[in-house]
Structures are given as C-alpha cells and as structure tokens.
Unconditional design. Sequence first.
Length: 218
Amino acid sequence: MTVTIAEDLLLLAHHDEKGTQLVAGTQLDPALAGALLAELAVNGRLELSAKKVTVKDPSPLGDSELDATLARIAEEGKERKPAWWVQRLQSAKLRRRLLTRLAESGVLTEQRGKVLGIFPTTRWPEADPDVEAAVRDRVTSALAGADPDARTAVLIAIAHAAKLDRKAFPEASGQRVKEIAEGAWAADAVAQTIAAINAVMITTITAATVTATTTASG
C-alpha cells in the first residue's frame, strides 16, 4: 500500500509491539505538519522559501490530508512563512487522523485502555509489519551510504528534526544522518521545512516551560 511521508514518520515514531510513542507530541506534531508541506513540495504543488509558501500547482494528489492542506494554503489570502503553516497545521487531531487511517487500512491496531484505571490512553501496535519494514529498508539503505530518493531523504531529514532518528535508528551514524538532512537531496524547500519545524518546536517547548514555571511559582 502507498503511505505518505507523514505516515512513514508515524510508523517509525511508535514502538512496534507496545504501540507507544518514542518521542513527545511537541516534537512529533510539528514534524507531521512539516511532512505534509515537504511532500507537497516534492510533488511540485508548493514552493517554499524563507519568507513564504507559494502554491505552484493546485491540482489534487488524491490523498485526503495532502489535498486538504493544499486547498487550505491556496485559500489563504496572505503570504505566510513555512513556520506559520507548520504552527497552524500541527495538532494532536492531525496525528490522530493519520494513526486512525493507518489502523483502518490494517497497518496498525488501535488499542484503548486506561492508565491507573482512570486516564484514557490509546496505543498503536503494528498489525502489518511489512509496511514499516519497507520504510526501514529504504532508510537503512540510505544511512548505509546509498543515494536516497527524494521521499526517503525528506523522511530522514524530518526524523532528524524531530530527534526521532536517535530512537528509531540508534546505530546509525549521526554524521550520515546530518549529510542527508543537509544535503542536495533535501533541496531548498525541504531545508525551509526543517527550519520551520525547529522554530515551532522551540516556540512550543519555551511556552510550555514558561507555563510550568508560572504555575509552580504561583
């Protein structure tokens, strides 16, 4: 089956058997939003620069999330920076929609439960390991020295931005990951996406820290 870069990222971001997240939502959610932008750029629908995101081709790709994102950007009346769009697109709802879609297609299993018998929780263990195995094969090959295709390079770059590469591929060379993330494969559009993800992550974490400090002092 065909999955998006964002869905590839989600598969790597969850423990295969436990179905738990390997990184925090403050890292994963902006990465997923960035993955949508990057995939639209790779497919020639968007052009990203430091100052704005421009629609080059409004025609749909046939994927509900990508097409909804493209339409939303096309409808925006003002020029917006990539970081603005990552901030607006990121959400736990987006993450949930993509996870649910993977579960409905038989790739993951949705398991609901409660922590301490009170707090609801959902885990997403694998149901069909072949899909993630194919993703891992592509990434592992690239990390071993093969030239990655555009989608694989984007995936590695975004995983690196979310600090997921250390969790998903602990034995990978950090230097090789950096080479791919910053290399020619990523191109300007992806470089701007990574910068946007990092900016939003820093803003979110800083805001959370300020809130926690204010609450503690109060």
